[in-house]
Ligand binder design. Structure first.
Ligand code: DX5
Ligand code: ZN
Length: 220
């Protein structure tokens, strides 16, 4: 699978989201971090902002739900036009039902795992997934340091995915920059979320090109 870059608007200017989306025409996705003050100790945005953003850009939205009740809310993000909706395994009470609902509404279904959550217990859920997201920081805030300790899990996840036909995308999120992206790509990730490394750069579009080139180099 070709490398995909999903810049996180958490590091963008929330007062100018349409402009910030337009600043990254080379992005494959826009990563939208939804936080609710319960699953994580931070609050960001919700459905109304996703609906507005959907109208303001053609770039597909990659919604990462860091919320306490994803079973209740995730389908509405699919209905709002998100191209991909990712729920956390630690929060979902009926992940299979919710993932199926996301898919039936036409979005890609993703499952996210915190750094300390093992991937092996979720092997039987892989057929329900279009993407597995491995957090490489504790969720809640941008600008944190990449956790190298997650890399062995990225490798194990890549092996599990290969055993299940290799169809599922493997996303990493947190502390991904021009340096750490190489280690993630070598370990088997193919979708890369980057907040500060893109929106903290003076030229976000050039930053994406740089990240993509570094990941491509690491894989080849
Ligand atoms: C963290 C969020 C990330 C965050 C990444 O909880 O899920 O998507 O925006 O930001 P950086 O790339 O700055 O670590
Ligand atoms: Zn995220």
């Amino acid at each position: 699978m070709a490398v995909q870059i999903s810049p996180s608007i958490l590091a963008a200017d929330f007062a100018r989201l349409a402009d910030e989306a337009a600043a990254v025409p080379n992005a494959d996705w826009l990563h939208v971090d939804v936080m609710d003050y319960h699953f994580v100790p931070n609050l960001t945005l919700g459905l109304p902002v996703v609906e507005a953003l959907r109208k303001a850009t053609d770039t597909p939205l990659d919604c990462h739900l860091m919320i306490a009740d994803p079973d209740r809310w995730a389908p509405q993000y699919a209905e709002a036009g998100a191209g991909s909706v990712t729920i956390h395994a630690e929060a979902a009470r009926a992940p299979i039902r919710t993932l199926r609902e996301i898919r039936s509404l036409g979005a890609r279904a993703g499952l996210a795992l915190n750094p300390a959550t093992a991937v092996e217990p979720y092997e039987d859920l892989l057929p329900e997934l279009d993407m597995l997201l491995l957090m490489t920081v504790e969720p809640g805030f941008g600008g944190q340091r990449f956790l190298d300790g997650v890399l062995p899990k990225v490798r194990r996840a890549r092996d599990l995915i290969a055993r299940h036909g290799g169809r599922i995308w493997l996303q990493v999120d947190g502390g991904v920059d021009a340096d750490t992206i190489e280690r993630c790509a070598e370990a088997g990730a193919d979708v890369f979320v980057a907040g500060s490394a893109v929106y903290g750069a003076s030229d976000p579009e050039a930053a994406i090109d740089k990240l993509r080139a570094a990941a491509d180099r690491a894989i080849s």
